[in-house]
Design a protein around this ligand. Structure first.
Ligand code: BGC
Length: 467
């Protein structure tokens, strides 16, 4: 723990109705990819391509959560968590993306949702966490405008069958990652690396969010809260000479996905190919993307720090910043890095919350926040993930401070409950508060799970008072 037992302590209390949860996603945890009528997703296909994922890892088995619902539900319950965010696998519910419904897929999520409710855990269901049915990719995927409507039709089914019991629906997880990593850079499925296509996919994903929101509201469970999850970062310019670039980068990585939802427009971006091309934005599209939501979900992992490059070589603590040749990204050596090489800065979370609060007064949930640690089981069978405890502690304090500054933050979901399939990084990175032995599927709560469980139980976090 980061708390020094020799120091006086401060107990920070969270509101009684604050949600302490964890988050997971279907393809990263479920496994059972060929069972009970599930269709193929773009990630099944992508993982088969040589060199796309670490050691060719895939989600065929993952954490085997599909077969271990009760065990995992009991785990959540024993950890005193009162909320759980999971995703519905589109190819499990509609194996071909459209058309006939696979009842076994519905039954699976009914078991999960009912099991959560029996244990007093509020279910938050993400409708799309990146596992597009391959049948829709074969029709053009997110480059095809029709995919937005297909997602809305699928969302309507989810709302009809699960909307009477879920606490909330998240339409889409991280539109930026879908468009940027899937279509602009190509390191995620479907692996397209084309800036123009990245812009097209961006618009279709934002449109899908708006249409899905409308479809859920028009469903027979239309009062269930609906929102979107955007991944946001805090852009920090270390030198006034890079401030202008900082503003641009903020628009590219944050505004591009927030503004269509909250303001009904795309931001002004100098790098024109980051923006959806005009010809794909039709009629009242921007009214659709900004359909009123009931809450906003934020995934926050790390800040982006920049400074001018000037007329010199890139230094050891710097990296080239995509599309911005006059500046560099910086990883200051004095700042901790996670096992992903991501910077740790809880202050960034506070600033991101402030920014969102200045744009909307809707309830905010941190739908993901967490860190990869190179965890291992020690000879006594324990996992002492002190880095994760300190990450959790600092980010929870940031949440508490934000609430106390009047920000409408209602809950925090740690990423993740379990170590799982970390997309292109396969099983090489561990994000769970619970360790998974992927050979035996044994789950072992790490020290961080015990720490988080105490926080969730007491709704309180202890810190040293500022000196
Ligand atoms: C995603 C998760 C992912 C996590 C860590 C988020 O971008 O929603 O699926 O595992 O970050 O990389």
């Amino acid at each position: 723990m980061t708390v020094d037992s020799g120091q006086p302590k401060n107990n920070l209390y969270f509101p009684d109705d604050f949600l302490f949860g964890t988050a997971t996603a279907a393809y990263q945890t479920e496994g059972a990819v060929s069972e009970d009528g599930r269709g193929i997703s773009i990630w099944d296909t992508f993982c088969l391509k040589p060199g796309k994922t670490y050691r060719g890892d895939n989600g065929d088995i993952a954490c085997d959560s599909y077969h271990r619902i009760d065990e995992d539900l009991d785990l959540l319950n024993n950890l005193n968590l009162n909320a759980y965010r999971f995703s519905l696998a589109w190819p499990r519910i509609l194996p071909n993306g459209t058309g006939s419904i696979n009842q076994k897929g519905i039954d699976h999520y009914n078991r999960l949702i009912d099991g959560l409710l029996e244990r007093g855990i509020a279910p938050a269901a993400t409708i799309y966490h990146w596992d597009l049915p391959q049948a829709l990719e074969d029709k053009g995927g997110w480059l095809n405008r029709d995919t937005a409507q297909y997602l809305a039709d699928y969302a309507a089914i989810c709302a009809d069958v699960f909307g009477d019991r879920v606490d909330r629906f998240v339409t889409i997880n991280e539109p930026q990652i879908v468009a940027k990593l899937g279509y602009r850079v190509g390191i995620h499925a479907p692996g397209v690396a084309d800036p123009i296509k990245g812009g097209i996919a961006t618009h279709h994903v934002m449109l899908a969010h708006g249409l899905a929101t409308q479809a859920i509201k028009a469903s027979k469970n239309g009062s269930v809260p609906v929102g979107i999850t955007v991944d946001l970062t805090d852009v920090v310019s270390l030198d006034p000479k890079s401030d202008e670039e900082g503003i641009q980068i903020d628009r590219e990585v944050n505004g591009l996905y927030l503004e269509p939802v909250l303001l009904g427009k795309y931001p002004e971006i100098n790098q024109i190919e980051m923006l959806p091309p005009d010809h794909v934005i039709l009629g009242n599209d921007m009214e659709i993307t900004s359909t009123e939501i009931d809450f906003i979900g934020i995934n926050y992992y790390q800040p982006h720090i920049i400074r001018p490059l000037g007329n010199r070589e890139i230094r050891f603590d710097e990296y080239e910043y995509y599309g911005h040749p006059t500046i560099v990204g910086v990883k200051p050596p004095e700042m901790p890095l996670t096992d992903m090489g991501w910077l740790v800065d809880a202050g960034g979370l506070e600033r991101v919350l402030k920014k969102v609060d200045s744009m909307t007064k809707k309830p905010i949930y941190i739908t993901e926040n967490g860190c990869a640690v190179s965890d291992y089981v020690d000879p006594t069978g324990a996992i002492h993930d002190n880095e994760r405890i300190s990450y959790l502690q600092d980010h929870l304090v940031a949440c508490w401070r934000s609430i106390n500054q009047g920000i409408n933050l209602k809950g925090y979901y740690h990423w993740s409950l379990l170590d799982n399939f970390e997309w292109a990084a396969g099983y090489s990175k561990r994000f769970g508060i619970v360790y998974v032995d992927f050979l035996t599927q044994k789950r072992i709560p790490k020290d961080s799970a015990l720490f988080y469980s105490e926080v969730a139980k007491s709704k309180m976090i202890t810190v040293n008072p500022p000196k």
